[in-house]
Design a protein around this ligand. Sequence first.
Ligand SMILES: N[C@@H](CCC(=O)N[C@@H](CS)C(=O)NCC(=O)O)C(=O)O
Length: 210
Amino acid sequence: MSITFYFNPMSSAARVQLTLEELGVPHEKVFVDLQKGDQKNPEFLKLNPNGKIPTIVIDGQPMFESIAIQIYLGERYGAEKGLWPKVGSPEHMQALTWLCWAQVSLCTPVFTYMHNTSEQAPAEVRNARQAELALAEIHNNLRILDARIGEAGNIVHKEWTLVDADVSSVLEWGLYMAKLDTSKYPNLNAWLERAGKRPANLALRAQMGG
Ligand SMILES: N[C@@H](CCC(=O)N[C@@H](CS)C(=O)NCC(=O)O)C(=O)O
């Protein structure tokens, strides 16, 4: 098995980096300097024509899109480590459901909210009504996630899975960037605390310099 992971710690590649840490599978890391435009080099574009990270090459085969990579890694390496449900099981259905839900339904309004409130965006492209609608949708999603964790123990079932690792890392980032108040979601807060104590999370933070 050979894995080459193209990444930059300050990007959506961090979620795949966390998955690789959770799995503990050996891999080579290649830093992609986004400022310098490494991602648009012809050699890199052969791996990912979008010129984006995360990109991964597994046994000579390139893959891109973080969700696709997460699912592949989970199915190939996660089941034997108890971090991914058996393919075809009811838990597997839940894993795919919540992984995609977080990427699509949860992240979309977080991005909309950030774009419409960020001081870095020009005032003329910010829209207060869009921000208000996105915030309501985010809170609806946080309420749904809080209830799910309360019922299941973690997202898929009572054991920690790669879905918990992935969704908590995305949410941690979103909550930080959008400065959202989560005080109404006790299950979610306890789960985020568990996420922060995972050895994989601590290892990743150490690699990022704290
Ligand atoms: N939908 C893609 C998004 C990938 C993406 O937008 N990556 C950004 C970093 S967060 C990137 O490589 N940007 C460099 C560029 O667009 O030149 C995924 O989830 O993998």
